[in-house]
Design a protein around this ligand. Structure first.
Ligand code: GTP
Ligand code: MG
Length: 196
């Protein structure tokens, strides 16, 4: 697929406002500030397709992007950000949980984690949930440019080791939007999910 022609479709506060549950969707999930929106922009080679921000919690809605007819990428609200009002947090988490559990066209989940702080509780829950639902996972260790290559590799090996424990289809790769690391691996995986 040509990800460069991806365009914005809609933002929804919850799954009831999403378009019909048909075709194939791959969602990008992760803690607030992990680099989800940046990864989408890097993949699609567009500067501001998905809105990015230094302030965690920028993406508060389920944002849908269309690569081609029936082929969509989804930017999910980040989880785990402590400093938003409790009620708003609950609202996002509910929207997120509903999307993950009820969206039949979801065929793959990209879980993004800052390479310096991987596998927090909610990250693990996310992977666990996907594995239990039979949804394949690609873990991207983001902001790899922030570590020297030795430290990068040891983080990658550590997370790969941990990923084996999930007993599911969980692939782990390094990623950097800044230095364009791992973009080919991401594209290959998406191509596979979108062709099944
Ligand atoms: P929420 O929408 O709040 O959940 O965040 P997000 O996961 O979409 O993160 P976003 O893409 O907005 O990026 C958060 C911050 O990290 C921004 O300041 C980005 O510039 C920065 N960032 C993202 N990717 C990279 C990367 O590969 N390298 C570096 N150094 N910084 C990055
Ligand atoms: Mg975002």
């Amino acid at each position: 697929w040509n990800y460069h022609v991806t365009h914005f479709v809609t933002s929804a506060p919850d799954i009831r406002h999403l378009p019909a549950d048909t075709g194939i969707e791959v969602a990008f999930a992760g803690r607030s500030n992990a680099g989800k929106s940046s990864a989408l922009n890097t993949l699609t080679n567009q500067k501001s397709l998905a809105r990015t921000s230094k302030t965690p919690g920028r993406t508060q809605l389920i944002n849908l992007f269309q690569v081609a007819e029936g082929i969509r990428l989804v930017d999910l609200p980040g989880y785990g950000y402590a400093e938003v009002p409790e009620e708003l947090k609950r609202k996002w988490q509910r929207a997120l949980g509903e999307y993950l559990q009820m969206r039949d066209c979801l065929k793959g989940l990209v879980v993004l984690m800052d390479i310096r702080h991987p596998l927090k509780d909610l990250d693990q829950q996310m992977i666990q949930w996907a594995v239990e639902s039979g949804i394949p996972v690609l873990v991207l260790l983001t902001k790899a440019d922030k570590l020297a290559s030795g430290a990068r590799k040891s983080q990658l090996n550590m997370v790969r080791e941990a990923a084996l424990g999930f007993m599911g289809d969980v692939q782990v790769e390094m990623f950097s939007s800044l230095k364009k690391i791992g973009v080919d691996k991401l594209r290959l995986k998406l191509d596979r999910w979108f062709s099944e």
